[in-house]
Design a protein around this ligand. Structure first.
Ligand code: HSE
Length: 427
């Protein structure tokens, strides 16, 4: 059987998963592609390291990206440089590349896809979004007949773990973040997780595939979970909602909304049951209706599952002399849509107004109610949570500009020390 020689860049958790899955499923994978996958060489920074699969290690990247014997390169070091240079070189040398690098694809994906097309090779990145869940394959193939109305997801496992722990234990954000770091869930720089940047990288890729638009990371509105308190979670729960960190890409007549944010979701919706480090995705297509996927969004073998599926698909496509585009549209056919700015977002809202101790709560509530009636342009409910020193307004669908007006004016009311907006998805 002709060997399929793979070069790995990096030997961390995910790369070890690739070695492990190729090992344990070698017979089946060989049957699928009629070639035997072999990890020919692995680029590492130092040879002084564990090597449980006894792979052939090198500290010279040229032995991978300039090696005529290697058919496919798998990049798993993450970050922009040197990964960008390595991938560009491999593509220019006629090698197909698979990567799990969401940051790189979100920021340099257009250029890299063009380079792959120019060199008639494949660039695949299924593992970059939601780890083991094959969402890009679903969008580009299974749902290709649809015009996608929206795709939403819990796409950062660390944030989901922290919010789940805060909710289950009534614990503080800082305490749960420490736990997530100790368990090894957070990115090397945890601000990428808790400030929503990692999820934004992933949503950039999802939106591009869902709507056939160029990758445009800068178009996103990004909020992380670091502003959420245990009081927000408790009050939301009493109102029938869980707080989840969602990436939302929605296409309406007005344009496209691209936002990554903490979101109130009904306790009865499937998202509310995606807990811990799991990921979940909800897709609305204009022919198929609603679909929901959930599973492992990170981890060694789950991520390897997506990477090796890419590898198998590349071989099938090569055999068929077919170049399926990674995002479902050829790079030249990606075309931009108007992206709505934040004031034009349309949503239901949970608005929280924290007041100082010894405030006349009746007076504050009355002033807020009067202000809300003038500014919100939508029905709303107002509630007093005395034990949490908060007035809460739950507002039906309106334009964010109206909500911003209310929040700005509310700060002028005597006794109010803090305002907060969390968007609600009612589905
Ligand atoms: N830090 C990421 C997460 C890893 O928590 O989802 C997977 O991309």
């Amino acid at each position: 059987m002709e060997p399929l020689k793979v070069g790995l860049i990096g030997l961390g958790t995910v790369a070890s998963g690739v070695a492990s899955v190729l090992n344990k499923n070698q017979v089946d994978i060989t049957r699928r592609i009629t070639r035997t996958p072999i990890i020919e060489k692995v680029f590492v920074r130092t040879l002084e390291r564990d090597n449980p699969y006894q792979l052939n290690l090198t500290t010279n990247i040229d032995e991978i990206i300039h090696n005529h014997d290697i058919d496919i390169v798998i990049e798993l070091i993450g970050g922009i440089e040197p990964a960008l240079t390595y991938i560009k070189t491999a593509l220019a040398n006629g090698k197909s590349v698979i990567t799990a690098n969401k940051e790189l694809i979100a920021i340099h994906g257009n250029e890299l896809l063009q380079l792959a097309a120019d060199n008639d090779v494949f660039l695949r990145f299924e593992a970059s979004v939601a780890g083991g869940i094959p969402i890009l394959k679903v969008l580009r193939e299974g749902l290709a007949a649809n015009s996608i109305d929206s795709v939403m997801g819990i796409i950062n496992g660390t944030s989901n773990y922290i919010l789940t722990e805060m909710s289950d234990k009534g614990a503080d954000f800082a305490e749960c973040l420490k736990e997530a770091q100790a368990l090894g869930y957070a990115e090397a720089d945890p601000t990428f997780d808790i400030k929503g940047i990692d999820a934004a990288h992933k949503l950039t890729i999802l939106a591009s595939s869902a709507f056939g638009i160029p990758l445009d990371f800068k178009a996103l509105h990004i909020e992380g979970i670091d502003t959420i308190t245990k009081e927000d979670i408790k009050i939301s729960h009493q109102e029938g909602f869980a707080i989840k960190h969602l990436g939302i890409a929605r296409h309406s007549e007005q344009g496209v909304e691209l936002r990554v944010q903490p979101t109130l979701v009904p306790l009865t919706h499937a998202f509310a049951n995606v807990n811990g480090v799991l990921n979940g995705l909800f897709i609305q297509g204009n022919a198929v209706g609603e679909q929901f996927l959930s599973g492992r969004g990170a981890g060694s073998e789950a991520t390897a599952s997506a990477i090796i599926a890419d590898l198998i698909e590349i071989i099938h496509n090569e055999k068929a002399q077919y170049s399926a585009p990674a995002l479902g549209y050829k790079v030249n056919n990606l075309s931009p849509l108007p992206i709505l700015p934040k004031p034009a977002f349309s949503s239901n809202y949970y608005l929280s107004f924290k007041y100082l101790e010894n405030t006349d709560t009746q007076a504050v509530s009355m002033q807020l109610e009067s202000l809300a009636s003038k500014t919100l342009n939508a029905p709303f409910e107002i509630k007093l949570y005395k034990e949490n020193q908060r007035v809460i307004i739950l507002c039906e669908k309106t334009i964010e500009e109206s909500v911003e007006k209310l929040l700005n004016n509310a700060m002028l009311i005597e006794g109010i020390e803090e305002t907060k907006l969390i968007r609600i998805e009612k589905f």
